[in-house]
Design a protein around this ligand. Sequence first.
Ligand SMILES: [Fe+2]
Ligand SMILES: [Fe+2]
Length: 205
Amino acid sequence: MKDVFSPLFIGFKFTNYINDDVDNFLKLYNRKIVAEHTKAVANECKIIAEKFGVDVQKAELAGLLHDISAVFSFDERLNISNNLGLEVLNEEKEFPLILHQKISAVMAQDIWNINDEHVLSAIGCHTTLQRNYSELDLVLFIADKIKWDQKGIPPYIEQVEEGLKISLEHAAYAYIKYIMENKENLKVIHPWLTEAYEDLNFKIN
Ligand SMILES: [Fe+2]
Ligand SMILES: [Fe+2]
């Protein structure tokens, strides 16, 4: 295990069930809302994957681990990313919260021995999506937005659900379209989001 992660696991007992381990680990660091969000997202991943013929097990796994790096505080994320040798974009320096997607992917591989590139990719772009997204990337991206970690109903939910009646791409497009039309609420616009939007727009329209 990497040095930046090992202190977090001192005394932590792994079971044979990743669902339990993730839940216990997040709760150990008082991330109860994230723990509930994680369960909801993993479940939503299964539902969406099933509907579109995407690997259900991989989708659930990606959902379970996508926010695992939430145990690090906002101020730690930049340091951790530098420590791990991750590429940090200017937008991420400005708003390090977004870095949690990349850190979660490293944790999934390093701690839970996930080596499936599709699962790691989906975790690593679950907030922003990315250019040349895979179906699994789309499944997690959409599930994370439907089962968001905030109070109340997501303002874009109707458009995303309408999109899901057609395709994964339509749902992802509907979400990003909403975000782009309400840009003033965003701290930064991540370039991956813009690139994904271009790809989706090309594909759909
Ligand atoms: Fe996240
Ligand atoms: Fe999330």
